[in-house]
Write a new protein. Structure first.
Length: 199
């Protein structure tokens, strides 16, 4: 009986290690859900949303910037076909680029936002648009560990996968450095590329 209790408590501890899995699915506005889940910001205006996602600070959103904001090329959306991604972009630009210029201008975004236009939720998730390090930090480390975490605390499957990715990148970097340091082996050069000896 004691062994069962010990096993039960150990399993319960593992199950509770992640805390609650908050679901922001009840938020109808995709941009609000995106800001809460991806940036941990719940109070913002259309201007700050636009500027935050104008990645090159050009005053317009390009197709690539909208694609990135929605996380259409993130691994979480690997199942989306390119055709579906294009449909999503066409619908967004249909709303916020009424002049069909191929970009969404900040002035149009602001005007249309004041008129009540919103970014649609296409069911593609909250829009993961950071690199692997950012996504791990914002979606896992901050949520389950925090600043006081030690290396011994990082035992969740997400932590292990994150460190595996770091190890893989480090191994690739070491291999590249070795290749770059290799001297040219003349014996490996095809004869047709060798300088013929002058007679």
């Amino acid at each position: 009986m004691i062994a069962f209790l010990v096993i039960f408590l150990a399993v319960a501890r593992l199950c509770l290690a992640h805390g609650s899995h908050e679901d922001h699915g009840d938020i109808e506005d995709w941009a609000t859900r995106h800001m809460i889940e991806e940036h941990h910001i719940s109070n913002f205006d259309p201007g700050s949303f636009f500027m935050l996602h104008d990645y090159d600070s050009s005053g317009v959103w390009t197709v690539d910037e909208v694609r990135r904001t929605y996380g259409l090329d993130d691994s979480s959306n690997a199942g989306l076909t390119e055709e579906r991604k294009q449909q999503i972009l066409k619908e967004i630009f249909g709303i916020f680029d009424p002049q069909k210029t191929g970009v969404i201008r900040q002035s149009e975004w602001m005007r249309l936002s004041r008129e009540g236009k919103k970014l649609p939720d296409f069911g593609t998730g909250p829009g993961h648009h950071g690199d692997l390090e950012y996504e791990y930090e914002i979606h896992h480390f901050e949520k389950y560990h925090g600043d006081g975490a030690t290396e011994e605390d990082l035992t969740h499957p997400e932590d292990i996968e994150h460190f595996r990715q770091h190890d893989h990148a480090e191994d690739a970097q070491i291999q590249l450095a070795k290749l770059q340091q290799m001297a040219i082996v003349e014996a490996n050069i095809p004869i047709k590329f060798l300088k013929s000896p002058s007679t």
